[in-house]
Design a protein. Sequence first.
Length: 477
Amino acid sequence: MNRDRKNSESILSTANNLRWEIGENFHDTLMESIYSNASSISKRSVSLPAEKETVSWEKTLDKILTSRYTGFPIMFLILAVVFWLTIEGANVPSGLIASFLLDTVYPLLKSFSAGIGLPFWLDGVLIDGAYLAMAWVISVMLPPMMIFFPIFTLLEDFGYLPRVSFNMDSIYKKVGAHGKQSLTMAMGFGCNAAGVIATRVIDSPRERLIAIITNNFSLCNGRWPTQILIATIFIGAAVPAYVAGIVSAAAVVLIAVLGVVFSLLVSWGLSKSVLKGEASAFSLELPPYRPPRILQTLYTSLIDRTIFVLWRAIVFAVPAGIVIWLVANVTIDGESLANIYINWVNPFAFILGMNGVIFLAYIIAIPANEIVIPTILMLTVANLGLAGVGAGNGVIFELDSISGTANILIAGGWTLLTGINLMLFSLLHNPCSTTIYTIYKETKSMKWTLVSTFLPIVMGLIVAFFVTQIWRLIASN
């Protein structure tokens, strides 16, 4: 008892001494500070008719970035700069990685295989098939993702992406979707699998499902090289040389814009049919602008996104490489499985303005869009029996010369119509296997995974059919 009393007296004595040190006006000073801070906050947030509005750089920037007149042009300009940096910045590192994996490691593996006497078929399956497919995916996919994802995360950290969502909200609301779908669509331009994962920011299950199904209409970085190459070879060649570059670039941008249009149209169709419902209320509080956190951004974008997505792509690309080698080397009555399929599909493909090589390439290159062009070149050379080009049946390759690539494609019967239809079909075809697997993981539904897979294919075939018929009708008159 005595000890408790002494402790109580000590505490009271200490409190009394502190009170005299602080002063008699402490309570008044504290309350004045609280009211002063509240007044300062209200002055920055509230403007009265009789008072001049408080101007700050944040408000000025918001007026520019969210204006109905300047918001969209700035948004398209920023996205264009991001895409340009991604494409241009990836050229050199992609070339270096490809040179190491294809020009250095690949010959070493072939020499090692020959040295230990590996059977022809095992050498082909493991090195010409599995390894080459993996090498192509890494060299083409890794550098763009290492550029796109950090920039995208920096914009998110700075506070710009919520402004994009604010700008797009009214458009997506009109088609029965969610304003945040614009963010997942933008993420899909880097990688559709990452875009599907990004739909977690949408709370409504119905609207999230719409965003997942339509994310494939965003041109991922695996499809940009195909678009640029085909536009350069066929569309650029169809116009005078001094405007070829501008026209080719404009054609690629047009395809990307068409992807956004198809995304809106399909979102509207789904919201009015199988996913009927009203767009949910979207209350968005624009966060303050803040300096990006560089180290956290690099970790988030490189580890959580780039490495995660790349690993999934590699896992699916290896079996694809094996299949590519097998269909080019397994024969029936002296003819390869690839040639049998190509010759069988050619009449149907002709109606759609394409050929059997394209169809087969897109089937066996489902694991990764990055290997579509190398696969098309290999199949074309094998089907035509061209000598001195490529490294053998089932060995995918790509030429450094655009003119050399053009010569192979033209020898395979490609025309301007074929090039246009390939660009459209590259936009409107099934997602890669990494994205398909991600869709299933996110939806836990085989039904919606199949819808997400086959809906774009059906749309691509229909669009190619009508473009071809109109083209030939005009050409015949």
